[in-house]
Ligand binder design. Sequence first.
Ligand code: PAF
Length: 281
Amino acid sequence: MAEKPQVAETVAALRQHVKAWRGADESVALVPTMGALHEGHMGLVELARSKARRVVVSIFVNPTQFAPNEDFSRYPRTFEADLAKLAEVEADLVYAPSPAEMYPQGFSTGIVMTGPAQGLESDFRPHFFSGVAIVVSKLFLQCLPDYALFGEKDYQQLKVVTRMARDLDLQLEIVPGPTAREGDGLALSSRNRYLNPQERATAPVIHRSLLAAAEAIRAGTAPDAAMARARAAISEAGLKVDYVEARHAETLAPLNGAGGPIRLLAAAWLGTTRLIDNIGV
Ligand code: PAF
């Protein structure tokens, strides 16, 4: 069995490792996660390995990106299994700070994101991107990586983090990783484990509906009409839709008849589980 990666629980310990690598002129990639790792995360670690000599995976269930009524307390925590998986892909270090290490007593700093953060997730989880922006910027400043890897599954998050890194002149490259899917198209997510067997069988309707919409748009259907059909198909399968929208793929601005690359994004509730997905056109 491969050896488990070392674990750093403090900023000081993380910095000690990174300093030693830098002394040896080694590049560093960071894969930020909240744990409950699946094949999608493993793909990001492998992509990170192809970019940098050293790979740090952070595991931190970030309280500031959850609203009080959300699933922070039941979010899966599978630390030992995560370490075993990370051993297989030869991650160099796991950074697993405590909430107190990340948010010391009296913590008073926030980041307000606009641009790609507007609408979509923000309409339903208004706290979400300020929580992501603060934790990700802290992870970047703690680790000072050359690369940071984010999955396209959380497409709006990827665009928000990319924008933030550019706006703050952070000296790193944000590297997107493709969405990993089950054989029936369901996007891998740590939250899929909340689904009961019947819900699990229904869940791929989101991906199927987005694929059909993308095909229709490519064939000349107006995006609004294609998205209305996708929304109806997802609702008819019994999900409660938060949004099913076509946006500009880079800025995430509403299309409003303007040209440019298109991304289709959806979020919907299946019972008590909120699923999100997206695809390019
Ligand atoms: O995508 C996630 O798992 C989280 O939002 C992230 C980027 C690790 C920040 O907590």
